[in-house]
Design a protein around this ligand. Structure first.
Ligand code: ADP
Ligand code: GLC
Length: 493
């Protein structure tokens, strides 16, 4: 049973939705029976085929209906926890677009309790999961609530982002009717859910699951340090071998330049030159001058501090000293959208910004730009760097987490170093690389990486080596699904 709070194509704010759609499908390929459980957000009761009511039950005074349908375009059963009072709202799963819903503790607490009721009371028939695979804080109370019963399924808790922890007030414990203690530990205790005076849902997963993982080996190492651990590094170190990292994959059919229906002209390693038509189309779409020979940079991202949009905004004026253009697609914090709008208005022939979430445009940008900017402060895995490599678009990224694990740096000393890189005639460590990574998280660091990209871009041969090496990487889910398979077998009771 795969429990999650987002699922592509039904409801998505980020990469979790992609993982929730693709990992279960890859597990089915390995012979697993997988079912997914999700809250019935607004509109989901209208999916095709229409969900059928299976049973009704009551949780802490709320009427809950269990609906069953299928994940679109698959045979994977999808359970929806229908409690209109809590889930049938406009906005996204977590808030109204500007603020989190004030009752998120109750909403996701009730979701967790409903998942546990499904598993323990079998009201959906005779299918019993061996494992409940939980994802992020929204499902964090599930491992806790399943920890005590010896007959219960084993639990895996996957951390997609340690920066979001589900912190609420102590009184939530009573509101949700949670037990006083689990496995002999009082819940309001630093060894259980208490976290610096608040109640932490993510700790329910980390403390009580049979195994805990995050979405890349690199991030799994980083979060053991105070710098990246968001206050939980000590607890994660304490997990020892119970904690690991498994890198995400991507849907290589859906993100394929050879088949993508949203882009202007399909292409592959054999017809890389056709990528250029997508660049021309994108420049036209954004009313930018049709100058194919200057570097076109893109960014497709949530506009939050994590993604380093503030660093890009600070760096942009200096970046414009180079002959390049930038296209940004994103939605998120108003302050960043505002600054992007102002910069785009000041430089209409150099900077373009599309505010909002736009799936087809994301494909067009990833196919059309020369390089994709990913200046994330931290990145548990990241998916767009893998999409971009598939499309012969060179990622320029901060050397952290999953970015470091999935991009081979083309730029060692020869490009970023003292004597001028390509123009200085130095040997490139570059040609085996697939992208450009920078360590120094500052305007100067980002500027240096973009300058390196620009130099490489002037050398058509070197640039196409980079593009082709990226396109040939295997980012499919198969290998990661096999690692999850091994982990599941380890935790089976
Ligand atoms: P995160 O989950 O932290 O946002 P990921 O890189 O794992 O980061 O996943 C982001 C996903 O959301 C990718 O599928 C990306 O293409 C998509 N995405 C982000 N912003 C937008 C947007 N404005 N429009 C379309 N897709 C977007
Ligand atoms: C989170 C992370 C991102 C990761 C995604 C899917 O949103 O921020 O790095 O790729 O989850 O695991």
């Amino acid at each position: 049973m795969f429990a999650c709070s987002e699922l592509y194509p039904l409801i998505k704010t980020g990469g979790l939705a992609d993982v929730a759609y693709n990992l279960p499908r890859a597990l089915v390929q390995l012979g697993h029976q997988v079912r997914i459980v999700l809250p019935a957000y607004r509109g989901l009761a209208e999916v095709t085929p229409p969900p059928q009511p299976l049973c009704r039950f009551e949780i802490i005074g709320y009427e809950v209906a269990l609906l069953v349908s299928h994940v679109p375009d698959t045979t994977i059963p999808l359970y929806l926890i229908d409690c209109p009072e809590l889930f049938n709202r406009p906005g996204d799963p977590y808030g109204d677009g500007s603020h989190p819903w004030p009752d998120n503790a109750l909403r996701f607490g009730l979701f967790c309790r409903a998942v546990v009721d499904l598993v323990e009371n079998h009201c959906y028939g005779d299918w019993l999961p061996d494992i409940v695979h939980c994802n992020d804080w929204q499902t964090g109370l599930v491992p806790l609530l399943l920890a005590d019963g010896a007959a219960n399924p084993a639990t895996l808790f996957t951390i997609h982002n340690l920066g979001y922890q589900g912190l609420f007030s102590q009184q939530t414990l009573a509101e949700l009717g949670l037990p006083e203690e689990v496995k002999g530990v009082p819940l309001w205790d630093f060894r259980a859910l208490e976290f610096y005076g608040e109640l932490s849902y993510i700790k329910g997963g980390i403390v009580f699951a049979d195994a805990v993982n995050t979405v890349s080996p690199g991030y799994a190492q980083e979060v053991l340090t105070p710098e990246f651990g968001c206050g939980l590094d000590g607890l994660l170190r304490h997990c020892g071998a119970r904690f690991s990292g498994i890198v995400n994959g991507i849907d290589t059919d859906y993100w394929s330049p050879a088949k993508d229906p949203d882009i202007d002209l399909n292409y592959s390693v054999e017809s890389l030159a056709d990528k250029q038509a997508n660049k021309r189309g994108l420049l036209a779409r954004f009313h930018l001058p049709d100058d194919e020979n200057t570097l076109l940079l893109g960014m497709v991202s949530r506009l939050t501090e994590q993604k380093g949009i503030d660093l890009l905004l600070d760096a942009l004026p200096a970046l414009l000293d180079l002959p390049l253009k930038v296209v940004v697609l994103g939605s998120g914090e108003a302050q960043y959208e505002q600054r992007l709008l102002v910069l785009a208005a000041q430089h209409p022939d150099r900077i373009a910004f599309h505010s909002g979430y736009h799936e087809a445009l994301a494909h067009r940008i990833i196919a059309g730009v020369d390089a994709l900017l990913i200046p994330s402060r931290y990145e548990p895995c990241g998916l767009t760097q893998m999409y971009s490599q598939r499309y012969g678009t060179v990622p320029i990224a901060h050397a952290v987490g999953g970015l470091r694990d999935t991009i081979i740096n083309a730029c060692g000393r020869a490009v970023q170093g003292e004597s001028g890189g390509a123009s200085g005639g130095e040997p490139w460590d570059g040609v085996a690389g697939t992208g450009i990574l920078f360590d120094d998280y500052s305007v100067a660091g980002l500027q240096g990486a973009v300058a390196s990209a620009n130099k490489l871009f002037q050398h058509a041969m070197l640039w196409s080596c980079l593009q082709l090496a990226g396109m040939k990487q295997d980012f499919s889910w198969a290998a990661s699904a096999r690692e999850y398979n091994r982990l599941y077998h380890r935790i089976l009771r």
